[in-house]
Design a protein around this ligand. Structure first.
Ligand SMILES: [Zn+2]
Length: 265
């Protein structure tokens, strides 16, 4: 499938974000995490609300350089968190997702001279990050690690509109407890916006073990088809997103080029 170009018009026309209390935010999403999971200390956790009035314009930030291949196979699998439970193959855990594994060397980013390799990408519904309290229908995370195990995540809010590269994965979505599916000819770069201006902050994994010290880059939203969103919600009818965590003393710092899309939301 070819990639639908993301025109500015399509972004402007798309119903970008919905109120957190609206129908698009399933009630179960409010659960702080997996029942029984240890509650982390609330210090530097993710996701957070991107309150636009609190975003500071960064100066001389090290640029985010992306090196993603444009025609690669990925291995798409349902990530289960309750394999030991008798009905684990049918129970939807809020921390489960559909995840595409990426081969070593097929994607990496460089920030401040440090290389982070792309490990996998996965999805949440509704979005985990909010903007002024509003969710997008979905959010895609692209998880990277440097050689020392330090993590960096690119977050892309997904809004309904023309089909995008994420639809390549959302059209497959293997069931829980079945073998992964190889999806060929995936354009990793097309999963990101053309302009890489981001809102940056220091946070955590949004699932157990909630490891902190993760570098987060929230990028300009991209579009996916309404069918793709609906398909993912069929798998996760109660959602698979963690609720937003207190920002505390942390700062949200934006690249100057992020101000255009931030204003539009
Ligand atoms: Zn995630």
């Amino acid at each position: 499938m070819s990639v639908s170009p993301l025109s500015r018009r399509s972004v402007l026309a798309a119903p970008l974000l919905v109120a957190a209390a609206g129908a698009a935010a399933p009630a179960a999403v409010a659960a702080p995490g997996r029942p029984g999971a240890p509650v982390p200390e609330v210090l530097g956790q993710s996701p957070v609300d991107v309150r636009r009035s609190a975003v500071r314009r960064g100066r001389a930030l090290p640029p985010l350089q992306v090196h993603y291949r444009r025609d690669v196979p990925v291995s798409l699998a349902y990530v289960t968190r309750d394999a030991g439970s008798p009905d684990g193959c049918s129970t939807r855990d809020v921390e489960e997702t559909e995840q595409a594994g990426v081969r070593p060397g097929d994607g990496w980013v460089v920030v401040g001279g440090r290389r982070y390799d792309l490990l996998q990408t996965h999805f949440h519904t509704p979005s985990e990050h909010t903007v002024d309290g509003r969710h997008a229908p979905m959010e895609q995370h692209l998880v990277h690690s440097d050689a020392d195990g330090n993590l960096l995540v690119l977050a892309v809010l997904l809004v309904e509109g023309p089909a995008g590269e994420a639809d390549r994965l959302l059209s497959v979505l293997p069931d829980e407890c079945v073998d992964p599916v190889t999806v060929e000819h995936v354009d990793l770069r097309a999963m990101l916006p053309e302009q890489l201006g981001a809102v940056r902050y220091s946070g955590s994994l949004t699932t157990d073990p909630y490891t902190e010290g993760v570098r987060w880059f929230v990028l300009e939203p991209r579009t996916v088809s309404a069918e793709g969103v609906a398909r993912f919600r069929t798998v996760f009818p109660d959602g698979d997103a963690r609720e937003v965590q207190p920002l505390g003393r942390r700062e949200l710092v934006a690249d100057p080029s992020a101000s255009r899309w931030l204003r539009r939301l």
